[in-house]
Design a protein around this ligand. Structure first.
Ligand code: PRP
Length: 217
């Protein structure tokens, strides 16, 4: 829709929250700005820079790859965790370097041997696709994956699961709850993704953005 209605705009989908703030701070360095977006009290969902013909919208992180795949946004910025979990047809063009953390299997120390012996364990996670890929395809271990929507660390504490697959940044959530990293799945950070058609149709503008950003990474 967007691309047909107003082709001249380049549209960005950003995951709401800290990632969006870090992204706008980085974009500002290469002259991609949006004054409208700085108003913290605003409940607006779409922000425009008329002069530069740019549009920005904020969505839930997991929806960013969806908007980009369907061309509702030309460019998206989202965590690698979301890219892996959503598995959308988009181009991942740049590691932006911030939002650094790790996807890990975590649990109480006593769960270590359940992992070693390839027991049929229960795994609680917000990332069932990543967890399935890791246990089934990489470790060849059959597990029972239980989808949760947040505060996943509760899983092992209340006896729902033996381990969790979750993001670890500082490790303090784990420490404060008597859990630890048992296995590391992969490193994560913020990435820029591009719609496959936009990459061809808006190739000059998008390549310039990528080129300019690289000087700050
Ligand atoms: C994330 C993640 C961990 C925590 C890790 O949760 O799921 O719980 O941050 O950070 P740390 O290692 O620095 O403690 P988030 O705050 O996004 O909320 P959620 O639990 O609702 O997903």
């Amino acid at each position: 829709m967007t691309m047909m209605d107003d082709k001249q705009y380049l549209t960005f989908a950003l995951g709401k929250g800290r990632l969006a703030k870090d992204t706008m701070a980085l974009f500002e360095k290469i002259g991609i700005t949006c004054e409208e977006m700085k108003d913290k009290d605003s409940r607006k969902l779409i922000f425009v820079n008329e002069e530069l013909k740019l549009k920005f919208f904020l969505s839930k992180g997991p929806d960013v790859p969806t908007y980009v795949e369907y061309g509702a946004a030309d460019i998206g910025v989202v965590g690698k965790d979301t890219i892996l979990e959503e598995d959308r047809r988009v181009y991942e063009v740049l590691d932006l370097g911030y939002g650094k953390c790790r996807m890990c299997v975590c649990g109480p120390a006593k769960s270590k041997e359940l992992l070693e012996h390839h027991e049929m364990i229960r795994v609680a996670t917000k990332y069932p696709h990543i967890a399935k890929d890791y246990f089934y395809n990489k470790k060849h271990q059959t597990v029972d994956i239980i989808k949760l929507n947040g505060s996943v660390e509760l899983g092992p504490l209340v006896g729902l699961a033996d381990v969790i697959v979750d993001i670890v940044e500082t490790g303090s959530t784990l420490r404060e709850n008597g859990l630890e990293v048992l296995e590391e799945i992969c490193p994560l950070s913020a990435r820029m993704i591009v719609n496959q058609v936009s990459m061809k149709m808006e190739s000059d503008r998008i390549k310039k953005i990528i080129h300019d950003l690289k000087q700050y990474l």
